[in-house]
Ligand binder design. Structure first.
Ligand SMILES: [Zn+2]
Length: 530
């Protein structure tokens, strides 16, 4: 990877443009380190939205080409200075810096873009060179396989498409788009435009036979834990298409996956064949690129891109993604009111079907995440059905309060655990019988939406086992770490005073701490909160 550019965004105070390397290549000056390179440009439609939320005195500063945003903390930069902060939840814009100190720059969007290009040209050329060499080497290494670009309509695959065709020096590289049927309306518009601009590029669209809304009705909307949508509406149709196309030699697919997008992807390698789709080699030319680098590449190459970005969306994919941020939700409502309304009505009906005790919460955010997890009414719901064949035995719980990260400890007395998967969103493990080591249950914990899915595998005394799990979940929700249950532990394995820790090596699953009647659970029960 080119070392000239990195993960920070710098600002040239002379040329008034962001830089992806320390030195400004237009004036030779050294840039100011302003923030992580997650910076993205802000376009006119979003600027107009901001104008509607702010007072007229700062409007002259709000100009396309002059405003950049660090989306992670909703901070807008003007002339390299953070000056607006947005609260997506309350839909309010706060002025966080003295904007009076800033004087509007008198230059056109075109001029700003030219300066930006000049100030970063060598950095972008180096990135491009490195990526194209990688593409050429990879194509050579997997000679004989069908080359294709996995095209989503987002900015990353736009860049990869350009890099691949440029590196190979031909435009007849197969592009495949898997339509989830709930894509952004602007994505469909962009696909059309892309095909018009690339008449020689074979473009194949594939689509699931399942209707998204129909599927969501029967198995519940996708959540951060049950992300069925990617499998049913993206991977499966793509897999079928690839199977039908290339039974023998296989596929070499280039995609726009980048590490920075999630911690899960941080472990991805640039080439992999360990993927859901058999006989497919995946290559990721821009795996290490930052958002800013992707944007600079697109802007400096003058590529057309999905208009959704101009409207204020940071990522483009499914409209109703359980990973949508509050800001995305707000923008959906603002920009695609028809689709938004359809989804709201669907969720409201779904809440009634599920007999959800708090439909409003479910519609607003319960389906995708629970923002804070505290202060909401207690509810515990069982999963109606789920796509897995074991669903009969699976129960989903929603945590009202308590530290979800401690749940593993609360469940530990039931038996030793083996971790299946753990990342920032999800932890899953198996609970084994202390003596026989048989699997009693599998547990999936969603850290973001505070939900827990337990699949009860044990047959003997299933009801009793389930009661114990539920007792521990209740306990966690109300635990004030009084130490009472830990004090009962004979093997000195549980320390529950001030925290809740089980010593793996000492716990013999005697269940004493579980059968102990928690005073807090009892008192809340009497108050009728349970
Ligand atoms: Zn400069």
């Amino acid at each position: 990877m080119s070392k000239a550019v990195g993960n920070r965004a710098y600002w040239c105070d002379t040329c008034h443009v962001p830089l992806i390397g320390k030195q400004c290549l237009a004036c030779g000056g050294i840039g100011r380190d302003i923030c992580a390179a997650t910076l993205v440009p802000v376009f006119r439609p979003e600027i107009n939205y901001l104008k509607g939320k702010t007072d007229a005195t700062i409007h002259p500063l709000l100009k396309e080409g002059e405003i950049w945003l660090a989306p992670g903390h909703y901070t807008y930069y003007c002339q390299g200075v953070p000056f607006l902060k947005l609260s997506a939840k309350s839909d309010k814009v706060e002025i966080s810096k003295q904007p009076k100190a800033l004087k509007p720059l008198n230059r056109s969007v075109k001029k700003a873009l030219e300066t930006l290009k000049q100030a970063n040209r060598k950095y972008i050329e180096d990135l491009q060179y490195e990526a194209e060499i990688f593409i050429l080497k990879t194509v050579k290494k997997y000679e004989g396989k069908i080359n294709m670009v996995s095209f989503s309509g987002g900015k990353d695959s736009t860049v990869v498409s350009h890099l691949v065709m440029n590196a190979l020096g031909r435009s007849d590289v197969l592009h495949i788009f898997a339509d989830t049927t709930i894509e952004f309306p602007d994505t469909y518009g962009y696909l059309q435009k892309f095909q018009q601009q690339h008449p020689l590029t074979p473009f194949v669209e594939t689509r699931s036979n399942l209707d998204f809304f129909q599927t969501a009705k029967s198995i519940g909307p996708p959540s951060r834990i049950l992300r069925w949508c990617c499998t049913t509406h993206k991977t499966n149709p793509l897999s079928k298409l690839i199977d039908s196309m290339s039974p023998d030699q296989g596929i070499l697919a280039f995609d726009g996956v980048r590490k920075i997008e999630s911690s899960r992807r941080a472990n991805y390698s640039r080439i992999s064949n360990d993927h859901k789709i058999a006989r497919e080699i995946l290559a990721r030319p821009i795996l290490e690129w930052s958002d800013l680098q992707v944007w600079f590449y697109m802007l400096s190459q003058g590529l057309s891109f999905n208009q959704a970005y101009k409207k204020g969306f940071r990522r483009v994919g499914c409209l109703f993604c359980p990973f949508n941020s509050d800001w995305s939700q707000l923008m959906l409502k603002e920009r695609y009111p028809k689709q938004w309304e359809r989804w709201q009505i669907f969720l409201a009906k779904q809440a009634i079907r599920m007999k959800h005790p708090n439909p409003e919460v479910f519609v607003e955010r319960g389906w995708r995440s629970r923002a804070g997890g505290r202060g909401l009414d207690f509810y515990k719901s069982s999963v109606e059905s789920s796509p897995c064949i074991l669903s009969e035995n699976a129960v989903q719980y929603q945590l009202l309060s308590g530290d979800i990260h401690l749940l593993r400890h609360f469940l530990r007395p039931l038996g030793p655990q083996s971790i299946v998967n753990k990342d920032e969103y999800l932890e899953s493990f198996l609970i084994h019988d202390y003596k026989s080591n048989k699997i009693l249950a599998s547990v999936e914990i969603g850290f973001i939406d505070h939900s827990v899915r337990v699949n009860y595998i044990v047959n003997k005394n299933k009801r009793l086992f389930r009661q114990r799990v539920e007792k521990q979940i209740k306990k966690l929700q109300v635990c004030i770490f009084c130490g009472a249950c830990g004090a009962k532990c004979k093997s000195n394995a549980l320390d529950s005073e001030g925290h809740f820790l089980v010593d793996e090596s000492k716990c013999i699953s005697c269940l004493t701490c579980i059968s102990h009647n928690c005073p807090i659970v009892k008192s809340l029960h009497y108050k009728g909160i349970n």
